[in-house]
Design a binder for this molecule. Structure first.
Ligand code: CS2
Ligand code: MG
Length: 408
Protein backbone atom coordinates (compact mmCIF):
# COMPACT_ATOMS: atom_id res chain seq x y z
CA UNK A 1 0.00 0.00 0.00
CA UNK A 2 1.32 3.45 -0.93
CA UNK A 3 0.60 7.12 -0.38
CA UNK A 4 -0.04 8.52 -3.86
CA UNK A 5 -1.06 12.11 -3.21
CA UNK A 6 -1.31 14.67 -0.41
CA UNK A 7 -2.80 18.17 -0.51
CA UNK A 8 -3.01 21.09 1.90
CA UNK A 9 -5.96 23.50 2.12
CA UNK A 10 -5.88 26.75 4.09
CA UNK A 11 -9.13 28.52 4.87
CA UNK A 12 -12.55 28.13 6.39
CA UNK A 13 -15.55 30.05 7.61
CA UNK A 14 -14.01 33.01 9.53
CA UNK A 15 -11.02 30.78 10.30
CA UNK A 16 -7.77 29.73 8.66
CA UNK A 17 -8.00 25.99 9.12
CA UNK A 18 -5.00 24.11 7.73
CA UNK A 19 -6.25 20.75 6.46
CA UNK A 20 -4.16 17.92 5.05
CA UNK A 21 -5.67 15.19 2.91
CA UNK A 22 -3.58 12.06 2.24
CA UNK A 23 -4.67 9.73 -0.56
CA UNK A 24 -3.57 6.13 -1.17
CA UNK A 25 -3.39 3.69 -4.08
CA UNK A 26 -6.28 1.75 -2.51
CA UNK A 27 -8.83 4.56 -2.57
CA UNK A 28 -8.75 5.07 1.21
CA UNK A 29 -7.84 8.60 2.33
CA UNK A 30 -7.17 10.28 5.65
CA UNK A 31 -7.42 13.85 6.90
CA UNK A 32 -5.44 15.83 9.48
CA UNK A 33 -5.37 19.29 11.07
CA UNK A 34 -2.23 21.48 11.08
CA UNK A 35 -3.95 24.72 12.15
CA UNK A 36 -1.41 26.79 14.08
CA UNK A 37 -3.61 29.68 15.19
CA UNK A 38 -2.16 33.07 14.25
CA UNK A 39 0.65 31.59 12.08
CA UNK A 40 -1.37 29.30 9.81
CA UNK A 41 0.57 29.51 6.54
CA UNK A 42 3.80 28.22 8.15
CA UNK A 43 2.87 24.55 8.77
CA UNK A 44 1.17 24.62 5.34
CA UNK A 45 4.48 25.62 3.68
CA UNK A 46 6.42 23.03 5.68
CA UNK A 47 4.01 20.33 4.56
CA UNK A 48 4.03 21.40 0.92
CA UNK A 49 7.75 22.02 0.53
CA UNK A 50 9.36 19.30 2.67
CA UNK A 51 7.03 16.74 4.18
CA UNK A 52 4.64 15.82 1.37
CA UNK A 53 7.45 15.14 -1.17
CA UNK A 54 8.90 12.72 1.40
CA UNK A 55 5.54 11.10 2.14
CA UNK A 56 4.76 10.03 -1.41
CA UNK A 57 5.38 6.32 -1.94
CA UNK A 58 5.49 5.47 1.78
CA UNK A 59 3.23 2.78 3.26
CA UNK A 60 0.59 4.75 5.25
CA UNK A 61 0.16 1.86 7.70
CA UNK A 62 3.62 2.50 9.22
CA UNK A 63 2.43 5.37 11.41
CA UNK A 64 5.20 5.06 13.98
CA UNK A 65 8.02 4.86 11.46
CA UNK A 66 6.70 7.83 9.48
CA UNK A 67 6.48 9.90 12.69
CA UNK A 68 10.03 8.94 13.69
CA UNK A 69 11.30 9.56 10.13
CA UNK A 70 10.12 13.18 10.19
CA UNK A 71 10.91 13.89 13.85
CA UNK A 72 14.39 12.31 14.04
CA UNK A 73 15.14 13.10 10.41
CA UNK A 74 14.77 16.87 10.84
CA UNK A 75 17.92 17.27 13.01
CA UNK A 76 16.64 20.71 14.18
CA UNK A 77 13.73 19.26 16.12
CA UNK A 78 10.46 20.32 17.65
CA UNK A 79 8.84 23.76 17.64
CA UNK A 80 5.14 24.42 17.09
CA UNK A 81 5.32 24.79 13.28
CA UNK A 82 7.02 21.46 12.69
CA UNK A 83 4.97 19.60 15.27
CA UNK A 84 1.66 20.91 13.88
CA UNK A 85 2.71 19.69 10.42
CA UNK A 86 3.70 16.23 11.76
CA UNK A 87 0.48 16.24 13.77
CA UNK A 88 -1.64 16.59 10.63
CA UNK A 89 0.21 13.70 8.94
CA UNK A 90 -0.15 11.51 12.02
CA UNK A 91 -3.90 12.16 12.39
CA UNK A 92 -4.47 11.42 8.72
CA UNK A 93 -2.58 8.12 9.04
CA UNK A 94 -4.65 7.07 12.08
CA UNK A 95 -7.75 7.98 10.05
CA UNK A 96 -6.55 5.69 7.25
CA UNK A 97 -5.68 2.88 9.66
CA UNK A 98 -9.12 3.05 11.26
CA UNK A 99 -10.82 2.97 7.87
CA UNK A 100 -8.70 -0.04 6.82
CA UNK A 101 -9.55 -1.86 10.05
CA UNK A 102 -13.23 -0.85 9.84
CA UNK A 103 -12.90 0.55 13.38
CA UNK A 104 -13.11 3.93 15.07
CA UNK A 105 -9.68 5.12 16.25
CA UNK A 106 -10.58 4.72 19.95
CA UNK A 107 -10.85 0.95 19.36
CA UNK A 108 -7.31 0.90 18.00
CA UNK A 109 -6.10 2.71 21.15
CA UNK A 110 -7.62 0.12 23.49
CA UNK A 111 -11.37 0.75 23.48
CA UNK A 112 -13.66 2.97 25.53
CA UNK A 113 -13.11 3.78 29.19
CA UNK A 114 -16.37 5.79 29.36
CA UNK A 115 -19.42 6.57 27.25
CA UNK A 116 -19.33 10.37 27.26
CA UNK A 117 -16.41 12.75 27.90
CA UNK A 118 -17.11 15.87 29.98
CA UNK A 119 -16.37 19.14 28.20
CA UNK A 120 -16.11 22.69 29.45
CA UNK A 121 -17.61 25.74 27.81
CA UNK A 122 -16.26 29.31 27.75
CA UNK A 123 -18.37 31.75 29.76
CA UNK A 124 -17.32 35.36 29.31
CA UNK A 125 -18.49 38.76 30.44
CA UNK A 126 -17.33 42.31 30.09
CA UNK A 127 -18.32 42.60 33.77
CA UNK A 128 -19.30 40.17 36.53
CA UNK A 129 -23.08 40.41 35.94
CA UNK A 130 -22.58 39.71 32.25
CA UNK A 131 -20.40 36.76 33.15
CA UNK A 132 -22.98 35.37 35.61
CA UNK A 133 -25.57 35.45 32.79
CA UNK A 134 -23.20 33.68 30.44
CA UNK A 135 -22.48 30.96 33.04
CA UNK A 136 -26.22 30.52 33.74
CA UNK A 137 -26.84 30.01 30.02
CA UNK A 138 -24.31 27.16 29.88
CA UNK A 139 -25.59 25.59 33.11
CA UNK A 140 -29.13 25.60 31.64
CA UNK A 141 -27.70 23.89 28.54
CA UNK A 142 -26.46 21.04 30.76
CA UNK A 143 -22.77 21.87 31.07
CA UNK A 144 -21.13 20.54 34.22
CA UNK A 145 -17.93 22.52 33.74
CA UNK A 146 -17.48 26.14 32.69
CA UNK A 147 -14.38 28.28 32.18
CA UNK A 148 -15.03 31.80 33.44
CA UNK A 149 -13.25 34.91 32.07
CA UNK A 150 -14.26 38.41 33.12
CA UNK A 151 -13.54 42.00 32.13
CA UNK A 152 -11.57 43.67 34.95
CA UNK A 153 -12.84 47.05 36.25
CA UNK A 154 -10.59 49.89 35.13
CA UNK A 155 -8.88 47.76 32.48
CA UNK A 156 -10.07 47.65 28.85
CA UNK A 157 -11.76 44.28 28.29
CA UNK A 158 -9.31 41.63 27.12
CA UNK A 159 -10.30 39.59 24.04
CA UNK A 160 -10.64 36.44 26.16
CA UNK A 161 -13.49 38.08 28.09
CA UNK A 162 -15.41 39.27 25.03
CA UNK A 163 -18.75 37.47 24.75
CA UNK A 164 -18.68 34.57 22.32
CA UNK A 165 -22.06 33.71 20.91
CA UNK A 166 -23.00 30.39 19.42
CA UNK A 167 -22.59 30.62 15.65
CA UNK A 168 -20.52 33.81 15.90
CA UNK A 169 -16.80 33.30 15.44
CA UNK A 170 -15.86 36.85 14.57
CA UNK A 171 -14.83 37.84 18.05
CA UNK A 172 -12.76 34.82 18.91
CA UNK A 173 -9.34 36.31 19.63
CA UNK A 174 -8.14 36.55 16.03
CA UNK A 175 -8.95 39.78 14.22
CA UNK A 176 -9.10 39.22 10.45
CA UNK A 177 -8.70 42.83 9.42
CA UNK A 178 -4.99 42.38 8.68
CA UNK A 179 -1.69 40.88 9.80
CA UNK A 180 -0.84 43.64 12.31
CA UNK A 181 -2.02 42.82 15.83
CA UNK A 182 -4.39 44.85 17.96
CA UNK A 183 -3.04 46.05 21.29
CA UNK A 184 -4.46 45.06 24.68
CA UNK A 185 -3.44 46.54 28.04
CA UNK A 186 -2.82 44.43 31.13
CA UNK A 187 -2.72 45.51 34.77
CA UNK A 188 -1.80 42.76 37.23
CA UNK A 189 -2.70 44.77 40.34
CA UNK A 190 -6.26 45.40 39.13
CA UNK A 191 -6.63 41.74 38.17
CA UNK A 192 -5.33 40.49 41.54
CA UNK A 193 -7.68 42.84 43.43
CA UNK A 194 -10.77 41.82 41.45
CA UNK A 195 -10.62 38.24 40.21
CA UNK A 196 -10.33 36.14 43.42
CA UNK A 197 -13.45 37.83 44.89
CA UNK A 198 -15.29 37.49 41.58
CA UNK A 199 -14.54 33.76 41.57
CA UNK A 200 -15.86 33.48 45.15
CA UNK A 201 -19.09 35.22 44.08
CA UNK A 202 -19.48 32.84 41.15
CA UNK A 203 -19.08 29.86 43.50
CA UNK A 204 -21.65 31.34 45.92
CA UNK A 205 -24.15 31.94 43.09
CA UNK A 206 -23.81 28.53 41.36
CA UNK A 207 -23.24 26.22 44.34
CA UNK A 208 -20.72 23.45 45.01
CA UNK A 209 -21.43 21.13 42.06
CA UNK A 210 -20.42 23.29 39.11
CA UNK A 211 -16.84 22.74 37.94
CA UNK A 212 -15.36 26.23 37.67
CA UNK A 213 -12.20 26.73 35.59
CA UNK A 214 -10.25 29.93 35.14
CA UNK A 215 -7.52 30.78 32.60
CA UNK A 216 -4.83 33.19 33.79
CA UNK A 217 -3.31 33.10 30.28
CA UNK A 218 0.36 33.27 31.39
CA UNK A 219 -0.02 36.78 32.81
CA UNK A 220 1.35 36.45 36.38
CA UNK A 221 4.81 36.28 37.92
CA UNK A 222 5.54 33.18 40.01
CA UNK A 223 4.99 34.87 43.38
CA UNK A 224 1.77 36.51 42.17
CA UNK A 225 0.51 33.21 40.83
CA UNK A 226 1.22 31.50 44.15
CA UNK A 227 -0.64 34.28 45.99
CA UNK A 228 -3.58 34.00 43.55
CA UNK A 229 -3.74 30.20 43.93
CA UNK A 230 -3.77 30.63 47.73
CA UNK A 231 -6.43 33.37 47.62
CA UNK A 232 -8.85 31.22 45.56
CA UNK A 233 -8.37 28.00 47.52
CA UNK A 234 -11.82 28.22 49.16
CA UNK A 235 -13.46 28.60 45.72
CA UNK A 236 -12.45 25.03 44.99
CA UNK A 237 -11.63 25.62 41.33
CA UNK A 238 -11.56 22.63 38.99
CA UNK A 239 -8.36 24.24 37.74
CA UNK A 240 -6.30 27.39 37.47
CA UNK A 241 -4.89 27.43 33.94
CA UNK A 242 -1.54 28.75 32.70
CA UNK A 243 -0.81 30.83 35.81
CA UNK A 244 2.69 31.77 34.60
CA UNK A 245 4.56 31.72 31.26
CA UNK A 246 5.03 28.08 30.28
CA UNK A 247 8.80 28.29 29.75
CA UNK A 248 9.54 28.76 33.46
CA UNK A 249 8.81 25.36 34.92
CA UNK A 250 10.23 26.21 38.36
CA UNK A 251 7.39 28.69 38.79
CA UNK A 252 5.05 25.75 39.22
CA UNK A 253 7.03 24.63 42.29
CA UNK A 254 6.37 27.91 44.04
CA UNK A 255 2.64 27.62 43.34
CA UNK A 256 2.59 24.04 44.68
CA UNK A 257 4.42 25.04 47.86
CA UNK A 258 1.74 27.60 48.69
CA UNK A 259 -1.59 26.10 47.70
CA UNK A 260 -3.62 23.06 46.75
CA UNK A 261 -5.46 24.82 43.88
CA UNK A 262 -5.23 22.43 40.91
CA UNK A 263 -2.97 23.65 38.11
CA UNK A 264 -3.45 23.01 34.37
CA UNK A 265 -0.78 23.83 31.80
CA UNK A 266 0.41 22.79 28.36
CA UNK A 267 -1.62 24.33 25.52
CA UNK A 268 1.58 25.83 24.10
CA UNK A 269 3.74 22.73 24.68
CA UNK A 270 4.81 20.84 21.59
CA UNK A 271 6.59 17.80 22.92
CA UNK A 272 6.69 15.34 25.79
CA UNK A 273 9.99 17.01 26.72
CA UNK A 274 8.06 20.17 27.63
CA UNK A 275 6.10 18.34 30.31
CA UNK A 276 7.86 15.17 31.45
CA UNK A 277 9.54 16.87 34.45
CA UNK A 278 6.33 18.67 35.46
CA UNK A 279 4.48 15.37 35.33
CA UNK A 280 7.16 13.27 37.06
CA UNK A 281 7.54 15.81 39.86
CA UNK A 282 3.74 16.00 40.22
CA UNK A 283 3.76 19.78 39.91
CA UNK A 284 0.62 19.90 37.78
CA UNK A 285 -2.81 18.29 37.92
CA UNK A 286 -3.95 18.54 34.30
CA UNK A 287 -1.98 18.37 31.05
CA UNK A 288 -3.39 20.59 28.28
CA UNK A 289 -1.44 19.50 25.21
CA UNK A 290 -3.33 19.40 21.91
CA UNK A 291 -3.20 16.69 19.22
CA UNK A 292 -2.09 19.23 16.62
CA UNK A 293 0.64 21.17 18.42
CA UNK A 294 2.18 18.11 20.02
CA UNK A 295 2.57 16.18 16.75
CA UNK A 296 -0.52 13.98 16.55
CA UNK A 297 -2.12 11.02 18.27
CA UNK A 298 1.13 9.00 18.41
CA UNK A 299 2.98 11.34 20.84
CA UNK A 300 -0.25 12.43 22.58
CA UNK A 301 -0.90 8.84 23.64
CA UNK A 302 2.60 8.62 25.17
CA UNK A 303 2.08 11.80 27.18
CA UNK A 304 -1.28 10.54 28.46
CA UNK A 305 0.32 7.30 29.64
CA UNK A 306 3.18 9.10 31.40
CA UNK A 307 0.69 11.48 33.03
CA UNK A 308 -1.41 8.55 34.25
CA UNK A 309 1.54 7.20 36.25
CA UNK A 310 1.62 10.46 38.23
CA UNK A 311 -2.11 11.16 38.81
CA UNK A 312 -2.09 13.88 36.20
CA UNK A 313 -5.34 13.97 34.22
CA UNK A 314 -5.98 15.20 30.69
CA UNK A 315 -7.60 18.52 29.84
CA UNK A 316 -6.70 18.94 26.17
CA UNK A 317 -6.76 22.33 24.54
CA UNK A 318 -9.87 22.79 22.38
CA UNK A 319 -10.17 26.45 21.49
CA UNK A 320 -12.17 27.09 18.31
CA UNK A 321 -8.89 27.63 16.50
CA UNK A 322 -8.69 23.83 16.23
CA UNK A 323 -10.52 22.31 13.30
CA UNK A 324 -13.07 19.55 13.86
CA UNK A 325 -10.41 17.08 12.68
CA UNK A 326 -8.04 17.54 15.63
CA UNK A 327 -11.05 17.80 17.94
CA UNK A 328 -12.12 14.38 16.60
CA UNK A 329 -8.62 13.00 17.21
CA UNK A 330 -8.90 14.20 20.81
CA UNK A 331 -12.42 12.75 21.20
CA UNK A 332 -10.94 9.32 20.39
CA UNK A 333 -8.05 9.72 22.84
CA UNK A 334 -10.48 11.01 25.49
CA UNK A 335 -12.76 8.01 25.01
CA UNK A 336 -9.84 5.69 25.75
CA UNK A 337 -7.67 7.62 28.26
CA UNK A 338 -7.96 6.02 31.71
CA UNK A 339 -6.82 9.33 33.22
CA UNK A 340 -9.23 11.55 31.27
CA UNK A 341 -10.12 14.78 33.09
CA UNK A 342 -12.07 17.17 30.89
CA UNK A 343 -12.02 18.46 27.29
CA UNK A 344 -12.13 22.13 26.33
CA UNK A 345 -14.81 22.47 23.69
CA UNK A 346 -16.10 25.82 22.66
CA UNK A 347 -19.01 25.09 20.40
CA UNK A 348 -19.24 27.93 17.95
CA UNK A 349 -20.38 25.43 15.30
CA UNK A 350 -21.80 27.20 12.29
CA UNK A 351 -23.68 25.51 9.42
CA UNK A 352 -20.71 26.48 7.18
CA UNK A 353 -18.24 24.72 9.45
CA UNK A 354 -20.46 21.62 9.67
CA UNK A 355 -20.71 21.55 5.86
CA UNK A 356 -16.91 21.78 5.49
CA UNK A 357 -16.24 19.07 8.11
CA UNK A 358 -19.23 16.68 8.26
CA UNK A 359 -18.88 14.84 11.56
CA UNK A 360 -20.57 12.06 13.46
CA UNK A 361 -19.42 13.09 16.93
CA UNK A 362 -22.33 14.10 19.14
CA UNK A 363 -22.53 16.67 21.90
CA UNK A 364 -25.22 16.48 24.57
CA UNK A 365 -25.59 17.86 28.11
CA UNK A 366 -22.00 19.09 28.26
CA UNK A 367 -20.59 15.72 27.15
CA UNK A 368 -19.09 14.52 23.87
CA UNK A 369 -20.08 11.10 22.57
CA UNK A 370 -17.45 9.77 20.20
CA UNK A 371 -18.44 8.55 16.74
CA UNK A 372 -18.37 4.83 15.90
CA UNK A 373 -17.56 5.44 12.23
CA UNK A 374 -14.27 3.88 11.02
CA UNK A 375 -11.27 6.22 11.38
CA UNK A 376 -11.61 9.68 12.94
CA UNK A 377 -15.35 9.96 12.22
CA UNK A 378 -15.04 13.35 10.52
CA UNK A 379 -14.79 14.19 6.81
CA UNK A 380 -13.57 17.10 4.72
CA UNK A 381 -15.65 18.44 1.80
CA UNK A 382 -13.29 19.71 -0.91
CA UNK A 383 -16.08 21.41 -2.87
CA UNK A 384 -16.99 23.44 0.21
CA UNK A 385 -13.28 24.14 0.82
CA UNK A 386 -13.01 25.77 -2.63
CA UNK A 387 -15.19 28.62 -1.28
CA UNK A 388 -12.49 29.74 1.16
CA UNK A 389 -8.98 31.12 1.09
CA UNK A 390 -6.44 32.36 3.64
CA UNK A 391 -7.49 35.60 5.36
CA UNK A 392 -4.67 37.60 6.99
CA UNK A 393 -5.40 37.97 10.69
CA UNK A 394 -3.73 38.20 14.06
CA UNK A 395 -4.00 37.64 17.80
CA UNK A 396 -3.73 40.78 19.89
CA UNK A 397 -0.46 41.62 21.62
CA UNK A 398 -0.33 42.75 25.25
CA UNK A 399 1.49 45.63 26.91
CA UNK A 400 1.52 46.96 30.46
CA UNK A 401 0.18 50.46 31.03
CA UNK A 402 3.66 51.98 30.75
CA UNK A 403 4.18 50.32 27.37
CA UNK A 404 6.24 47.30 28.44
CA UNK A 405 5.52 44.23 26.31
CA UNK A 406 3.76 41.46 28.26
CA UNK A 407 2.57 37.90 27.63
CA UNK A 408 -0.44 37.45 25.37
C1 CS2 B 1 -6.89 29.85 25.40
C2 CS2 B 1 -6.73 29.87 23.92
O1 CS2 B 1 -8.50 28.14 25.01
C3 CS2 B 1 -7.68 28.60 25.81
O2 CS2 B 1 -7.48 28.14 26.89
O3 CS2 B 1 -5.80 30.01 26.15
O4 CS2 B 1 -7.91 30.41 23.50
C4 CS2 B 1 -5.60 30.63 23.28
O5 CS2 B 1 -5.64 31.98 23.60
C5 CS2 B 1 -5.70 30.47 21.78
O6 CS2 B 1 -5.77 29.14 21.45
C6 CS2 B 1 -4.53 31.12 21.10
O7 CS2 B 1 -4.55 30.81 19.76
MG1 MG C 1 -5.75 28.72 27.80
Amino acid sequence: MKITKAKVFVGGPKKNYVTLKIETDQGVYGIGDATLNNRETLPAHYLENYLIPNLLGKDPRNIEDIWQFFYRGAYFRRGPIAMAAYGAIDMALWDIKGKLAGMPVYQLLGGKSREGAMVYAHATGSDLEDLMESIAHYVEDGYKAVRVQCGIPGMPTASYAVPEKKGDTKNYITDYSGIRPNLEIWDTEKYMRFMPDALAEIRARFGPDLHILHDVHHRLLPREAAAFAKAVEQVNLFWMEDPTPAEDQDALKLIRQHSTTPVAIGEVFNSVFDCNKLIENELIDFIRVAATYVGGITPLRRIVDLAGLHHVRTGFHGAPSHSPISMAAQHHVNAWAPNFGVQEYLVLGTPECDALFPSEHRMEDGMVFVSDAPGLGVDFDETEAARYEYQPGSHPVVRLQDGTMWNY
